[in-house]
Design a protein around this ligand. Structure first.
Ligand SMILES: [Mg+2]
Length: 277
C-alpha cells in the first residue's frame, strides 16, 4: 500500500487504483487457470480495486468467455468483460451502418448480430474479420478480398500476430488482416487492443483514471504498448505468449515484468507498485 496520499473518496492511499486485465495468457493458458490467478482476482475484489477484463479473443462471445472462466473457478460477470465485437457494433452503428459481412466464428458472429448488425455477404458496407480459426481458408479470404475491392470497409476485430493455445502458438486474426490489407491496399480499422478507444471504453465503465490504472497483459505490443498509448502503465507477465525475444524489439517499457499474475497481491500489499518505486 502506498503513502497516505488521498486519491479519491473510498480509495485512500492506494496506487494504482484500478486494473485492466487481459484474459488469454494472463488468467488462463490453454483452458486451464494460471496457478494463483483465482486468488489474485479475489484479492483485487476483497480490497476494493475496480477491474475489467480486456480481451482480444475473437473466437468466443462474452457469454461463452464468462462461462468458461466460471468453469475454471473465476467469478467474472459478462459486464466486466470487454471484447472487440462490442467495439465493432458501436463502430458500425456510429457510421449509421446496419450490415456487414461477418467473418469469424459462429459464436462471435451471433453476438455481433444480437448487437444489431445484419450479417450479409451481398454488397455489405463493412467486412468484419476476426479470428475464425479453421474457418479461415482461401475461399473466405478471397470473399473478403472481393468485398473490400468492391468498396466495403475492412474492420479488424483484432490484429494480433499470435496467441498461446493448448498445444502451442496459434495464428491470430492479424496475419489474415495483413494479407487483406496487402492485397487491397487499404488499412483496417482495428477494434480491439491496442486501439485507444477500446481502452478508454473499458476505463469509462468503471470511471477509472488512465494515469492510475494498470494494464496487465502477456503481449508487449497490444497490451503494454496499447495501454501506454492510452496513458496507462503496464505490467507484463511471463505466462501465455510471453517471449523474452519480443522485449528486444519493443518500443515500450513495462512498469514491471512479473512471473505471473499470482505476484500481484504481494506487489500491491508491499507497495512495490507505488509511483515512486
Ligand atoms: Mg493475452
Amino acid at each position: 500500500m502506498c503513502s497516505m496520499k488521498p486519491l479519491k473518496p473510498g480509495v485512500i492511499g492506494m496506487e494504482p487504483e484500478a486494473f485492466l486485465i487481459d484474459l488469454d495468457g494472463v488468467l488462463s493458458v490453454g483452458g486451464a487457470p494460471v496457478p494463483g490467478a483465482i486468488a489474485a482476482i479475489s484479492y483485487l475484489r476483497e480490497n476494493g480495486y475496480p477491474f475489467r477484463f480486456v480481451s482480444n479473443t475473437t473466437r468466443k462471445s462474452r457469454v461463452t468467455i464468462s462461462r468458461q472462466l466460471e468453469s475454471m473457478g473465476f467469478e467474472i460477470p459478462v459486464s466486466h468483460i470487454f471484447t472487440p465485437s462490442m467495439a465493432a457494433v458501436s463502430y458500425v452503428t456510429g457510421k449509421a451502418g446496419t450490415d456487414a459481412a461477418i467473418l469469424t466464428t459462429p459464436d462471435v458472429s451471433a453476438e455481433i448480430v444480437r448487437g444489431g448488425i445484419q450479417n450479409r455477404e451481398d454488397s455489405p458496407r463493412f467486412v468484419i474479420v476476426g479470428d475464425g480459426g479453421d474457418l479461415f481458408g482461401y475461399s473466405v479470404l478471397n470473399k473478403a478480398f472481393r468485398l473490400i475491392m468492391g468498396g466495403a470497409e475492412l474492420i479488424a476485430l483484432e490484429k494480433d500476430r499470435y496467441w498461446m493455445g493448448d498445444d502451442g502458438l496459434m495464428l491470430s486474426a492479424g496475419p489474415f488482416v495483413a494479407a487483406l490489407e496487402f492485397a487491397t491496399g487499404t488499412r483496417a480499422a482495428v477494434m480491439g487492443k491496442p486501439s485507444r478507444e477500446f481502452f478508454m471504453r473499458s476505463l469509462a465503465s468503471m470511471n477509472a483514471d488512465p494515469a492510475r490504472t494498470v494494464m496487465i497483459g502477456d503481449d508487449i505490443i497490444t497490451d503494454i504498448g496499447g495501454a501506454a498509448a492510452a496513458g496507462l502503465s503496464g505490467i507484463l507477465v511471463r505466462t501465455g505468449k510471453f517471449r523474452q525475444e519480443a522485449l528486444a524489439g519493443a518500443t515500450v517499457i513495462p512498469k514491471r515484468i512479473i512471473s505471473s499474475i499470482a505476484e500481484l497481491p504481494r506487489l500491491l500489499s508491499s507497495g512495490e507498485l507505488c509511483p515512486d518505486q
